[in-house]
Design a protein around this ligand. Structure first.
Ligand code: SAM
Length: 432
């Protein structure tokens, strides 16, 4: 152990040996803090949130674990070159100097994704093109052969990041985006991104200690992500080991296997006694959810119901409801405002106390028709759509009150429409 004096105190120097390096984990807007927490759980150090990403340090084991387990990560990148460039020619020269033959084989495929900001590099595509030219020119001149470009399925993916004259080249250790979990065998019309779904469940604070219900579950993404969490199934368990880092020269099969085995041993270790339910009006889409659940071997953990949300009670007992209703973008609903009003009524009349409701939507007009005031509004992006993830707390007396009021007024007819009870939630305020 090395001891250092800091302010007169003897402090052991942390083991940040030569095998520790910087990494960047990419995520979606609004999920940075969740990802930072997941990364700390993987043993990452010096974790810091930046815009749609988290920077951290760790060794190859941390890199393997972050790829395998982080539910809110889109990719884990490893920076490997940093330099200044004040022109496109300087960028070419600096890239040319890098010993690419230590990273790539001549017969492999690669691609470059780029983001640029500032006044020097105004076209990110052109910067990526010049970077590619420098790499292939170096190979051609030194070896007479060059690796090929593949923009769809490249074996090596690089990120070129330029801010003013500061250039960073990063290797993508994940390869295909980590939202592609591998369990999706069938998709509905508007499936939600898996990383966003996992993020929503965590933002809603689900600790796997109550039921989970999605009344408009589509092809079942939220249900599968919830069931994976409840069963401690690693985020990439179904991915068939497809990770770009497995091609890296420093890849260590033994270490990767040991990380994977450690994580797989945790599967089923949680005492999860609660229910996970899904409902959808569209039987075809519900069959897709069933197919995905069967593929993930989670079909016995999730109950599916076919019908309109207002006709389906949630499970008995404390329940977290997280849902992704139509926004009118991809799924056309004749009267979206009326649908959102019915949703609000259903929250009040059918769900009531013991239920916490969260929904994501980009339709701010329809949102006003829910008739309840959200207690939280979290900005999220669903693809290009600016969304709000809304939380509605339902209080004691809402469901009972509604039913009691209904039965008091119409004792012989329990199908009668119950009046809204102000006790259910604070009334809606106009949307800002
Ligand atoms: C945006 S999609 C949900 C996608 C889902 N999160 C997924 O990952 O596949 C909205 C879903 O709401 C369903 N839906 C529309 N109206 C409904 C209703 N009245 N009751 C129940 N489901 C409904 C649609 O069939 C569709 O599957």
């Amino acid at each position: 152990m090395i001891i250092q004096k800091q302010n007169g105190k003897a402090v052991p120097v942390k083991n940040t040996g030569h095998n520790y390096f910087k990494m960047v984990a990419k995520t979606m807007m609004g999920l940075e803090e969740l990802l930072a927490e997941e990364l700390r759980g993987c043993g990452a150090e010096n974790v810091e949130c930046i815009n749609r990403a988290v920077t951290f340090e760790g060794d190859m084991r941390v890199l393997y674990r972050a790829n395998y387990t982080c539910r809110t990560a889109l990719a884990i990148l490893k920076p490997f070159a940093e330099f200044e460039a004040n022109s496109i020619e300087e960028l070419y020269d600096q890239v040319y100097k890098i010993k690419w033959e230590k990273i790539l084989d001549v017969d492999c495929t690669f691609m470059i994704e780029s983001t640029t900001s500032g006044e020097i590099f105004t076209h990110s595509y052109y910067a990526a093109l010049k970077t590619k030219d420098a790499i292939v020119d170096r190979f051609r001149r030194n070896f007479g052969q060059r690796p090929a470009i593949d923009t769809e399925n490249a074996e090596y993916k690089f990120n070129l990041h330029i801010r003013d004259n500061q250039v960073t080249l990063l290797m993508n250790s994940s390869g295909e985006s980590l939202h592609k979990r591998g369990y999706r065998q069938a998709v509905g019309i508007a499936p939600i991104n898996e990383v966003l779904a996992a993020g929503m469940i965590q933002l809603a604070g689900w600790k796997c200690d109550c039921n989970f219900y999605d009344p408009m579950c589509g092809s079942g993404t939220l249900l599968i992500e919830a069931a994976m969490l409840a069963n401690n199934i690693p985020a990439q368990y179904y991915r068939d080991d497809r990770f770009a880092f497995k091609r890296w020269k420093e890849f260590n099969l033994g270490e990767w296997k040991s990380v994977k085995e450690q994580e797989d041993r945790k599967i089923g270790s949680r005492d999860f006694e609660c229910e996970i339910w899904g409902n959808d009006i569209d039987l075809t889409v519900l069959q897709q959810a069933e197919k995905n659940l069967e593929y993930a071997r989670l079909h016995k953990d999730v109950m599916l119901f076919n019908g309109s949300f207002e006709d389906q009670d949630p499970p008995e007992g404390r329940t977290l409801i997280v849902t992704n209703p139509p926004y009118g973008e991809r799924i056309k609903i004749e009267d979206l405002n009326a649908m959102y009003q019915l949703l609000g009524d259903t929250f009040k009349k059918k769900y009531g106390a013991g239920c916490d409701v969260w929904l994501i939507t980009s339709d701010f007009e329809a949102m006003k028709h829910i008739g309840l005031k959200p207690t939280k509004k979290i900005p999220l992006l669903n693809g290009p759509l600016d969304c709000r993830f809304l939380h509605f707390e339902l209080y004691e007396g809402s469901k009972k009150g509604a039913h009691a009021a209904a039965s008091a007024e119409t004792p012989a007819d329990d199908t009668a429409e119950a009046p809204d009870t102000a006790a259910a939630c604070a009334p809606a305020a106009p949307e800002d």
